[in-house]
Design a protein around this ligand. Structure first.
Ligand code: FO1
Length: 344
C-alpha cells in the first residue's frame, strides 16, 4: 500500500490529543506506508465566535497549537507561557466579556486571522497560512520523512452553535460552556448557518477517499455532531467507501473531560459508550470502548449498525500519557485498515 491516507473529524482537546497520538504512532511505525502517512483533520468550527472584533476559532486553534507543540497542556486550549496584559487592559475599559480570556500570544493569532479574513481569504486559506508557522510542510516535529498533517475547517462559511437553555434563554456555545460552565441545563442546540454551509475545499474528498476515517473522542454533540451536520459530510462517509472507526468519549457512563454529558442529556441521549455510538450507528465499522470500564461490550455490535458493520472492540481508551494516546490511535487505525475500504 502507498502512503496511508487517514482522515479524522476533530473537535477540541480530545481530538487534538488523539491526533497528536496518531502522528506519534505513525512516526514510530515500522511500516513505511504508515510512517509517510498523510493525515487530514476536519475540524469543528461551530465553537467559533467574534470578540473585540476578532474572529476566534477555538477548536482549530487547539488542534494547531497542540500539534505545533505550543498548547497550554493543562488547559488544553490557548498558548503555554501566556500573559494577559491586553485582556486586562480591555477589562480596564470595561469592554468585552470578562469570562473569556484572550492571552497576549493567542491574540497574535486572532489579529492575524481577522486581518486575513478581512482581506478576503477564506477560513481554509487562513488555516493553511497559520499552519505554515505551526506545522511547516505539514510535518509535526518529527523526522522530515515523517507523517504529514493538514487541518481543514469543516466549512469556510460561518456556523455558530447556539444553546437553548432550560430557563428559556438562547446563548452562544462559548457563553454556556465558559461563563455558565453548562450549569444551566440545555434543552437543545442550533448550529446557526449550518444548513447553508458548504464543506470547505478538500473536506469531502478527504472523507470519501481515505484508507481510514477516525472519529476521535471529541464531543459527539457539539463537535463531531456539528461537523457531521454540514450538508454532504455524512453522505461522504456513508457512501464514500472509507472504513470508519470511532472512539467512545464515555467510559463506563462517565465522560473523561469536558461536559459531553451535559450535551448528551440535552438531546436525550444516554451518557454511555453505546449511547454515543448510536449517534454514528449508520457510519461505524468499528466502535472502540474502554476495556476496563466497558469490556463486557467487547465483540458486540452497535445497535442500528449497517449489516456486517458496527463491531465493538474493547481497548484502553484513557489517553493518560502521550504513549497511551499513540497506542489508542494505533488501535483505531489497525481496526480501520483491517476492515479495508468498501466497494463504493
Ligand atoms: N475556555 C475557558 O474555559 N475559559 C476561557 O477563558 C477560554 C478562552 C479561550 C480563548 C481562545 C480559545 O481558542 C479557547 C478558549 N477557551 C476558553 C476554550 C474554549 O471554550 C474551548 O476550547 C472550546 O470552545 C470547547 O472545545
Amino acid at each position: 500500500m502507498g502512503d496511508v491516507h487517514i482522515s479524522a473529524i476533530a473537535g477540541g482537546v480530545g481530538g487534538a490529543r488523539f491526533l497528536r497520538g496518531l502522528l506519534a504512532h505513525l512516526a514510530a511505525s515500522p511500516d513505511p506506508a504508515r510512517r509517510s502517512a498523510r493525515v487530514t483533520a476536519v475540524v469543528n468550527t461551530g465553537d467559533d465566535t467574534t470578540m473585540h472584533g476578532l474572529r476566534i476559532t477555538p477548536d482549530l486553534d487547539t488542534v494547531m497549537y497542540t500539534l505545533g507543540g505550543a498548547v497550554h497542556e493543562e488547559q488544553g486550549w490557548g498558548r503555554r507561557d501566556e500573559s494577559r496584559v491586553v485582556s486586562s487592559e480591555l477589562a480596564a475599559y470595561g469592554t468585552g466579556p470578562d469570562w473569556f480570556t484572550l492571552g497576549d500570544r493567542d491574540l497574535g493569532t486572532h489579529v492575524f486571522r481577522t486581518q486575513l479574513l478581512r482581506e478576503g481569504l477564506p477560513l481554509s486559506g487562513v488555516v493553511e497560512r497559520l499552519c505554515e508557522r505551526w506545522l511547516p510542510g505539514g510535518h509535526p516535529a518529527v523526522a522530515p520523512d515523517g507523517p504529514t498533517v493538514r487541518l481543514l475547517p469543516m466549512s469556510d462559511d460561518d456556523v455558530e452553535t447556539h444553546v437553548h437553555l432550560a430557563d428559556g434563554r438562547t446563548v452562544h456555545f462559548q457563553e454556556w460552556w465558559v461563563r455558565l460552565r453548562a450549569s444551566v441545563p440545555a434543552t437543545g442546540f442550533t448550529q446557526v448557518g449550518v444548513d447553508g454551509a458548504k464543506p470547505a475545499p478538500g473536506v469531502l474528498d478527504a472523507l470519501r477517499e481515505a484508507d481510514a476515517v477516525l472519529l476521535p473522542p471529541s464531543n459527539p454533540v457539539v463537535s463531531i455532531g456539528t461537523v457531521l451536520g454540514v450538508p454532504g459530510v455524512r453522505e461522504a462517509l456513508r457512501d464514500g467507501g472509507a472504513p470508519v472507526v470511532g472512539v467512545s468519549p464515555v467510559l463506563g457512563g462517565r465522560v473523561v473531560r469536558g461536559m459531553a454529558d451535559a450535551c448528551l442529556s440535552a438531546i436525550g441521549v444516554e451518557t454511555s459508550a453505546l449511547g454515543v455510538a448510536g449517534l454514528y450507528a449508520d457510519l461505524l465499522d468499528t466502535w472502540l470502548v474502554d476495556d476496563d470500564a466497558d469490556g463486557a461490550l467487547h465483540g458486540s455490535t452497535v445497535p442500528g449498525a449497517a449489516p456486517g458493520r458496527g463491531r465493538v472492540l474493547a481497548r484502553p481508551l484513557l489517553m493518560s500519557s502521550p504513549q497511551a494516546a499513540a497506542d489508542l490511535a494505533g488501535a483505531a487505525l489497525d481496526a480501520a485498515l483491517a476492515t479495508g475500504r468498501r466497494p463504493s
